[in-house]
Ligand binder design. Structure first.
Ligand SMILES: *C/C=C(C)/C=C/C=C(C)/C=C/C1=C(C)CCCC1(C)C
Length: 277
């Protein structure tokens, strides 16, 4: 499935996409480290998991980037500018799957942690979501690395079963728990839910691209698709989690609120509303 030949443009497209992901994940992780003291202790686990997810992704993108630049070579002197597969080193798509195997369950933990639900509800959600997410990634891998279209399709379909289950649980359960969340974060949480579904939905589509007979372009756009989805599903998502954690901290602790402003301008603390009335 890895193309034998990339044009200079195709090579640069993948190179730049991978490079962008490193910057996005690395500096989102650093931002979240710096911002950790700015949320209440009870929301620090959620933000900590968010920064670990971005850190794990940044690490794996360094590996993916190195693997990509080692796997394709060009003869710069008098060459056509095209890149061919280097002898003896193949691009390793396995890094992505190891990354996902670690980060996808953590993304779900991160979400459940910021909701601060009752312990029983929290455990029930995680017991459903975490095994399903591991199954989804594990079933996708054999299809991803197979050159056989039938194998790719069969494992793609098998992986879609836990995927749909996760989306179902998230939508039904999250919608229910939304009513229990403070008014001020409901909008952000609702956006988070859509962001999650839309960004996760990119992965199976990108997975399908190489099957569409687009030649090297199919593989190139798959890499770009996974890269952009990873930025949205980890970094942007992590920042929204931080926003929810910060707003809830501000609402729940008057002392904290004295020296911190919420990220959402329109938020009013209940005590302040009382004062104003
Ligand atoms: C940070 C990484 C994330 C959020 C990765 C998510 C990955 C998926 C939702 C992958 C799903 C797949 C299918 C539903 C079918 C085809 C195989 C996969 C693994 C690409």
């Amino acid at each position: 499935m890895i193309p034998d030949l990339l044009t200079a443009g195709q090579f640069a497209t993948v190179y730049n996409a991978l490079s962008l992901v490193i910057a996005a994940q690395l500096f989102t992780a650093i931002f979240l480290v710096v911002s950790l003291p700015r949320v209440l202790a009870r929301y620090r686990p959620a933000v900590t998991v968010a920064l670990i997810v971005c850190g794990i992704a940044a690490y794996h993108y360094f590996r993916i980037f190195d693997s990509f630049t080692a796997a394709f070579t060009t003869d710069s002197v008098g060459g056509t500018g095209e890149y061919t597969q280097a002898v003896g080193v193949a691009f390793n798509e396995g890094y992505r799957y190891v990354d996902w195997l670690l980060t996808v369950p953590l993304l779900l933990v991160e979400l459940v942690a910021v909701l601060a639900l009752a312990r029983a509800m929290q455990n029930r959600l995680l017991l459903q979501l975490v095994p399903a997410s591991i199954l989804m990634i594990a079933l996708g891998y054999p299809g991803e690395v197979s050159g056989d279209l039938v194998v790719r399709t069969v494992f793609g379909i098998l992986s879609t079963i836990p995927f749909l289950f996760i989306l179902y649980v998230l939508f039904v359960q999250l919608s229910k728990s939304l009513a229990l969340q403070p008014e001020a974060v409901r909008g952000t949480l609702s956006r988070l839910r859509f962001l999650l579904v839309l960004s996760w939905g990119v992965y199976p589509i990108a997975y399908l691209l190489p099957a569409l007979d687009l030649g090297a372009d199919g593989w190139v756009w798959k890499q770009v698709g996974y890269s952009i989805a990873d930025i949205v599903a980890k970094a942007v998502y992590g920042l929204l989690i931080y926003q929810v954690a910060k707003t809830k901290s501000w609402l729940e602790d008057p002392k904290f609120a004295e020296h911190e402003r919420p990220l959402v301008g329109s938020v009013r603390r209940v005590a302040d509303l009382d004062k104003a009335a």
